[in-house]
Design a protein around this ligand. Structure first.
Ligand code: KG4
Ligand code: ZN
Length: 354
């Protein structure tokens, strides 16, 4: 089965074609970074309008680059939620309308299920069951995964998501949007021993996270060392970035290890934008090797938002016989645990509703 995947949940337009027999046939990503950077963050209305401009041309481009015609597409998968309502609506309208016109089934995909399954696109994919650490701009969750759609939430952030915390700390250091990668880059020239930031909630039992205290600690440290222009000197900024990153990474590593111990599982996958963080990958590899466990992640470009993960996730559900009806549905809020498992697809309802 050959599935066209469309991702428009936030500030990236992603399009891909996944073939269940041959793998990924092509993908393209258009990032709106330049559009939003002058505002220091995503402006939802501008994001929607840009998805309107870019989605169809990207689809044409991916089909041409893959040597495919529209008649070669067997189904269309689009991100249905969670995300920005207007942005989701663009992908849902285009995906649903194309599928109707081409007389093929359509399916709305859960964005975080897309992230969660992205490591499956690699040449050595992880095998079920595993623990998933989902770390993006909007989510920080530990999930026990028995199979596609069999998700048990083990813990989540009580306030900011890890990516959001990276973005806010980056703003305090006057780094450009998107802050996460910029802060990670600055941290490379930081001295690890200069500051030690708190590791939130690691001394409490359980698998929940909280990053708001760390955010305040970062803000206070910046203010304490600020010069006349309101910012610390360059080396101090790098040292703060480094201390912040160490604290977030350490917290995530401790909770991942705890989740593996609690579930008795030996496989961890990390997914979502923050899984692109090299320090997180390095620290998890070290920590998990010590307990005989292994960490898997997607290639860099499939950690952040992309169309390939949506085409892949949609394909798994379509192969199991699931598809949507003709309504165009955007779900800005959509709990991952409400998704049905692949096996119980008799009502063909991908949204987990009665
Ligand atoms: O998954 P994603 O592309 O979009 C959402 O679904 O939210 O994640 C974006 C988030 C942003 O907060 C971004 O700053 C963060 O992932 N991010 C990073 C890195 N690359 C992206 N955070 C830390 N280190 C990185 N290398
Ligand atoms: Zn995402």
């Amino acid at each position: 089965m050959r599935v066209l995947g469309i991702e428009t949940s936030c500030d990236e337009t992603g399009v891909a074609v996944y073939d269940s027999a041959r793998g990924l046939l092509g993908h393209r990503l258009y990032s709106q970074i330049a559009l939003h950077s002058e505002y220091g963050g995503v402006v939802p209305e501008l994001a929607s309008r840009d998805h309107v401009r870019k989605t169809l041309p990207l689809i044409t481009e991916v089909l041409a680059a893959s040597g495919l015609e529209k008649r070669d597409i067997d189904a269309v998968a689009f991100t249905s939620g969670p995300g920005l309502a207007g942005a989701l609506m663009v992908g849902a309208c285009i995906g649903r309308a194309l599928a109707y016109g081409w007389r093929v089934p359509a399916i709305g995909v859960h964005h975080m299920e897309g992230h969660l399954l992205a490591p499956m696109l690699e040449s050595q994919p992880p095998a079920f069951p595993f623990v998933a650490l989902l770390v993006s701009g909007g989510h920080t969750q530990l999930v026990q995964v028995a199979g596609v759609g069999q998700y048990t939430l083990l813990g989540e952030s009580l306030d900011d998501a890890a990516g959001e915390a990276f973005d806010k700390a980056a703003k305090m250091l006057d780094l450009d949007y998107p802050g996460g990668p910029a802060l990670a880059k600055l941290a490379q020239s930081g001295q690890r021993q200069r500051f030690t930031f708190p590791r939130p909630m690691v001394d409490r039992p359980g698998l929940d996270f909280s990053f708001s205290g760390l955010k305040t600690y970062t803000l206070n440290t910046v203010a304490e060392h600020a010069l006349a222009d309101g910012l610390p000197d360059q080396q101090t900024c790098a040292d703060i970035a480094c201390a912040f990153q160490e604290a977030v990474v350490d917290t995530l590593v401790i909770k991942c290890r705890r989740a593996l111990q609690q579930t008795g599982l030996q496989t961890l996958i990390i997914a979502g934008g923050v899984s692109a963080n090299l320090r997180l990958r390095e620290r998890l590899e070290q920590a998990l090797a010590k307990i005989g466990a292994r960490v898997y992640y997607a290639r860099h470009e499939f950690c952040t938002d992309n169309g390939a993960m949506i085409a892949y996730a949609g394909c798994q559900r379509l192969l199991a016989g699931q598809h949507d009806d003709l309504s165009v549905i955007a779900r800005p809020r959509w709990p991952l645990e409400s998704l049905p498992p692949l096996a119980s697809n008799s009502n063909n309802n991908t949204h987990g509703e009665a």
